[in-house]
Design a protein around this ligand. Structure first.
Ligand code: HEC
Length: 258
C-alpha cells in the first residue's frame, strides 16, 4: 500500500514580521517590556496635549454666568439634593438626544462649581428642562408633583414657596466663584442683590442694566407674589435657564449627530 506524500510539516512563515514577533512570544520579560512601551505610547497621546492646550472646552456662543437669582436657585437645588434623582448631562446617544434634546456641551457647565452632571436618574435629566414648562407648572410641581404628574414619585417641596429668599450673601458667593474663574465682574458683584430683585419682578426700571449684565435672562414675576422673592422663585429661575443658553440652530450643521 502506498501512502500519499505527507505535506511538509514546517509551515512557511507568511512574513518576516511574524518571525520577529516570536521574540516577544518566547520571552516573557521582553513581552512585559513590549506591553509597557505600547501602553505608555497610548497614555502619552492622551496626556501630553493637556500640557499645552489652554482649555479643552470648545468656545460656544451664548454661555454666561448665572445671574444672582439663578445662582440662589442653584444653591437651593444643591441644598435640597435634587441631584440625587436628577442628572444634568445628556449623553451623545440617539435615545437620549431624542428624549431630551441636543447632547450636553462641556461649555454648558463650565461655570458650574461643582458641576451637576449627576450619576443617578430616578427622575429625568434636567439639562434642557428650561422653557419646557411654564413657571406656574413648576410652582405646582414643586409644591406637589402629583398635582401635575399623577404617577410621580418625586417628593414635594411646599416650603420653598413659603420661605423668603435669603440673598444677603449672594454677592459674596459670586465673588468666590470669580476667584474660581467664573467671569463675574466687581460691578456684577456690587449689583447682585438689586439684580436678583430686578429679575424676579416685571417692569423694573433697572431692567436694561440687568439685561446688559445677563443677556437673555428671563425677567418676570416668577411666583405671582409681586415684590417678594421666595426660594421657589429662585429655583424656578434656575430651572427655566437650564439648557437654553446655546442656540443650537446655529450649530446644527456641525454638531448635530442625527
Ligand atoms: C426621589 C427622587 C427625586 C428628587 C429628590 C427630586 N426629583 Fe424631580 N423628578 C423625580 C421624578 C421621578 C420625576 C418624573 C415625574 C415628575 O415629573 O414628577 C421628576 C421630575 C422633575 C421635573 C420635570 C422634568 C421633566 O422634564 O418633565 C423637574 C423640573 C424636577 N423633577 C425638578 C426637581 C427639583 C428642582 C428637585 C429638588 C428640589 C427635584 N426634582 C427632586 C424625582 C425626584
Amino acid at each position: 500500500m502506498t501512502h500519499p506524500a505527507q505535506p511538509s510539516r514546517s509551515p512557511k512563515p507568511s512574513s518576516t514580521l511574524w518571525q520577529k514577533h516570536q521574540v516577544f512570544e518566547k520571552n516573557s520579560i521582553i513581552l512585559v517590556i513590549g506591553i509597557l512601551v505600547a501602553i505608555s505610547i497610548g497614555g502619552l497621546v492622551e496626556v501630553l496635549p493637556l500640557f499645552y492646550l489652554k482649555s479643552t472646552i470648545e468656545k460656544v456662543d451664548g454661555i454666561r454666568p448665572l445671574s444672582p437669582l439663578e445662582l440662589s436657585g442653584r444653591n437651593i437645588y444643591l441644598r435640597e439634593g435634587c441631584y440625587n434623582c436628577h442628572s444634568q448631562m445628556i449623553r451623545p446617544l440617539r435615545d437620549e438626544v431624542e428624549r431630551y434634546g441636543h447632547y450636553s456641551l462641556a461649555a454648558e457647565s463650565m461655570y458650574d462649581h461643582p458641576f451637576q452632571w449627576g450619576s443617578k436618574r430616578t427622575g429625568p435629566d434636567l439639562a434642557r428642562v428650561g422653557a419646557k414648562y411654564s413657571d406656574d407648572w413648576h410652582r405646582d410641581h414643586l409644591r406637589n408633583p402629583r398635582s401635575v404628574v399623577p404617577a410621580s414619585i418625586m417628593p414635594g417641596y411646599p416650603w420653598l414657596e413659603q420661605t423668603p429668599l435669603d440673598i444677603a450673601h449672594i454677592g459674596d458667593n459670586m465673588a468666590v466663584l470669580a476667584v474660581e474663574g467664573v467671569p463675574y465682574t466687581p460691578e456684577m458683584v456690587a449689583a447682585a442683590i438689586s439684580d436678583a430683585k430686578t429679575q424676579g419682578s416685571a417692569d423694573d426700571a433697572a431692567t436694561p442694566a440687568f439685561a446688559g449684565r445677563y443677556p437673555k435672562a428671563i425677567n418676570r414675576d416668577l411666583g405671582g407674589n409681586v415684590g417678594r422673592l421666595t426660594e421657589a422663585d429662585a429655583l424656578i429661575a434656575y430651572l427655566q435657564l437650564l439648557g437654553t443658553q446655546v442656540d443650537f440652530k446655529l450649530y446644527d450643521d456641525k454638531a448635530n449627530i442625527r
